[in-house]
Design a protein around this ligand. Structure first.
Ligand code: ATP
Ligand code: MG
Length: 375
């Protein structure tokens, strides 16, 4: 997918601007704090309707403004460049209301409007996916799967709803039968979530390792699923469901004491390891800065690979000043890999023109200063 037009109205410091994008993409050059990341944040907002930097919607409204609005036209990346969808998003500070539309129609659920740009954003903060706690990696999984796996988002939302009610019952010390009344729903939604996670991780670890080794030129890395429910050998949603059922039964006394649900996808972990002859190293605990950044890049590349494979789309690649912190060998190999793997539209930001090393001579050079873009 590619972006052909973008309308900005008071998103962060970006003011009011209407932009047309060339098919190959854009390199946006600007000094620190001029609005480069804000610009990519605005584009990616049309993919997920939230900030990729984890900011609340209120923070995205331009200072002194009441409402922000972003609209984009997504076009096919095939040679005909046919217009596929117009996506709009608006947020009003006063009532905290978010309004989303696709081709002028508001979807009944936000989930139906997700993923129209088929975009992936690479950012220096991605290193938190590797260095951060299990929650960061669960959030990443949930985002990738919500966008690429039909039914995942609704199963996850259902799971979260039931989990919070079940936790409330446990906290208030209700009898076992009241708590257990939630089990069936927890099991049926939770097993779908876990099954999708297991398949994605197990199906993607080879690709993750291939990307990692291409960039690092030495060790291989892999990712493994560590569910909170032992489900070794579980080969279907139903078998995972049975594993959750068993684990809930085993932990019911402990749950009453702790007042919370102790097993299920909300306790899952994804591990990223460096493979070594004797034993594997957990990148979170032992990885160097460069190794972690490489693993984070590899995760994003697997995300783009997922879009190609599952949605049969060429991803729109958003690069937020990302190669700054890799050594020269690694950054050259990442660029080589990207040129090969990502033939689609690229929108990147960099402080200096000399930092534009991907699709050189093909990208339009735009500049940004105090939120104003000149094309
Ligand atoms: P760097 O190169 O340092 O990463 P950048 O160009 O990516 O810089 P951004 O993060 O895009 O910078 O923009 C930061 C600027 O946007 C800051 O000056 C900040 O004050 C401003 N800003 C952030 N939120 C808002 C908002 N809601 N309204 C107006 N300005 C905002
Ligand atoms: Mg920035």
């Amino acid at each position: 997918m590619r972006l052909s037009g973008l309308v900005l109205r008071h998103f962060r410091n970006l003011g009011s601007q209407d932009l047309e994008f060339p098919p190959e993409g854009v390199a946006l050059i600007g000094d620190n704090a001029q609005g480069k990341s804000n610009f990519l944040e605005a584009i990616y907002y049309l993919e997920t309707f939230r900030s990729f930097r984890g900011a609340r919607d209120e923070q995205l409204v331009g200072f002194g403004q009441e409402v922000f609005r972003v609209a984009g036209i997504a076009s096919s990346s095939s040679p005909d460049h046919r217009r596929v969808a117009e996506v709009t998003a608006a947020f009003e500070r006063k009532d905290g209301r978010k309004k989303v539309s696709v081709d002028g129609t508001e979807p009944e659920r936000l989930g139906e409007a997700l993923g129209r740009l088929a975009a992936v954003v690479f950012s220096p903060t991605d290193v938190d996916l590797v260095s951060g706690g299990p929650k960061e990696r669960r959030r990443f999984l949930d985002m990738v799967l919500s966008l690429n796996e039909p039914g995942y988002l609704s199963a996850l939302q259902e799971y979260k709803k039931i989990l919070s009610r079940r936790n409330a019952s446990l906290k208030e010390g209700y009898s076992g039968s009241v708590v257990m009344a939630w089990n069936q729903g927890l099991i049926s939604s939770g097993s779908k979530v876990m099954w999708a996670r297991k398949n994605w991780i197990e199906g993607g670890t080879q690709t993750f390792g291939d990307y990692y080794v291409r960039v690092s030129e030495n060790a291989r890395a892999r990712m493994t699923y560590r569910p909170s429910v032992p489900s070794v050998g579980a080969n279907s949603v139903d078998e995972i469901g049975e594993a959750i059922r068993g684990a809930l039964a085993d932990s019911s006394d402990r749950e009453r004491r702790m007042g919370t649900t102790l097993v299920g996808p909300h306790r899952d972990e994804v591990r990223l390891h460096l493979e070594r002859a004797d034993d594997d190293l957990d990148l979170r605990d032992y990885g160097s800065g460069g190794q972690r950044r490489t693993a984070a890049l590899a995760l994003r590349l697997v995300e783009a690979w997922t879009i190609r494979k599952r949605r049969n789309e060429t991803p729109l690649i958003l690069l937020d000043d990302v190669f700054a912190e890799l050594d020269q060998g690694r950054s050259e190999r990442v660029l080589e890999l990207m040129e090969e793997e990502e033939p689609g539209q690229v929108v990147l930001t960099a402080p200096k023109e000399a930092d534009v090393k991907i699709k050189k001579d093909k990208l339009a050079l735009w500049r940004i200063s105090a939120g104003r873009i000149t094309t």
